[in-house]
Design a protein around this ligand. Structure first.
Ligand SMILES: NC(=O)c1ccc[n+]([C@@H]2O[C@H](COP(=O)([O-])OP(=O)(O)OC[C@H]3O[C@@H](n4cnc5c(N)ncnc54)[C@H](O)[C@@H]3O)[C@@H](O)[C@H]2O)c1
Length: 278
């Protein structure tokens, strides 16, 4: 996708952080932007922020973990702007600092409900509408470096949700091969957002302690959301699938692949030994 002026983008989790950074970037590129989020007050501020840039924007209170809520949002975007060209399934929450034995079913359901089902619902509701008008478009699903590499932060549920987003986005690219709809998966490392405090405010009813209610220093020192927005726009324009925002994370992925290749070496040696013995 090359031409953004006058096109329509819908972004979930757009009341703050990366979603808002992308809304601002898309608006600067001349797009009309529909911002969806669970936090209605923050959403209002975000819409005002995008409008202050001269952008055409609407806000739609949405719970991405509920299929019917995302379906309703999709209808509202079409009602306001006529079409959808770019869908960014970005809403997310974080759960960090607990071994998985201490993570309850409620917490798993919360993390998977937002981070994984939120993306699934966006694919179900937005993609058919992009296909319907035939003008083409792009789908961006927000995963994380935690979807390409498991760090040592005790983020098992978060990481599982993000690995799933990477794999289902790879599958979506295959589903849409040969169409004029591009697909990307966004895999940032640290971005300076309020995801920790926002998630703390949204985790009502969870029994487990929250070791990280405030923004940790590594996140505070991350890229700005607008820098990520510019990276996403450049990635869409270039038709790139993996949107890597932090080139310095190359070694994280290499470590995982080196381990996998070592496992292949072991398997080959084992198979050869079996043949000799057999
Ligand atoms: N900040 C980082 O370092 C970082 C790194 C990698 C990936 N990410 C991912 O980027 C995405 C955006 O996060 P962010 O860092 O901008 O944080 P953020 O908290 O600013 O944005 C996430 C938004 O999702 C919204 N949200 C939560 N539950 C929702 C629900 N059920 N329905 C609708 N909206 C809901 C929140 O209200 C919030 O506005 C997330 O998917 C996150 O996992 C963030």
């Amino acid at each position: 996708m090359q031409d953004f002026s006058g096109k329509v983008a819908v972004i979930t989790g757009a009341a703050s952080g990366i979603g808002l950074g992308c809304a601002r970037t898309f608006a600067r590129a001349g797009m009309k932007v529909a911002l969806c989020d669970l936090r209605a007050d923050a959403l209002e501020h975000a819409v005002a922020n995008v409008r202050a840039l001269g952008g055409e924007a609407i806000g739609i209170p949405t719970d991405v973990s509920r299929h019917e809520s995302v379906e309703h949002a999709a209808g509202e975007v079409v009602r306001a702007f006529g079409k959808i060209h770019v869908a960014m399934n970005n809403a997310g929450v974080v759960l960090r600092g607990l071994p998985m034995t201490d993570v309850s079913d409620n917490a798993w359901n919360w993390v998977l409900g937002v981070n994984l089902y939120g993306v699934i619902h966006g694919i179900q509701s937005f993609v058919p509408l992009i296909r319907a008008h035939g003008e083409g478009g792009h789908v961006v699903n927000t995963a994380s470096m935690a979807g390409l590499h498991v760090g040592d932060r005790q983020t098992g549920a978060y990481s599982a949700s993000k690995f799933a987003v990477v794999s289902l986005t790879e599958a979506l690219e295959k589903d849409l091969a040969g169409t004029n709809i591009g697909v990307s998966v966004l895999t940032p490392a640290a971005v300076a957002t309020d995801i920790y405090s926002n998630s703390a405010g949204l985790r009502a009813g969870l029994a487990e302690p929250n070791p990280f209610p405030e923004t940790p220093p590594d996140i505070a020192a991350g890229l700005t959301p607008d820098q990520v927005g510019e990276r996403v726009l450049a990635g869409i324009r270039a038709g790139q699938f993996y949107l890597i925002t932090h080139p310095d994370t190359r070694s994280w992925v290499m470590q995982r692949h080196t381990r996998l290749m070592a496992a292949y070496d072991f398997a080959e040696a084992w198979e050869a030994e079996q043949k000799v013995q057999g």
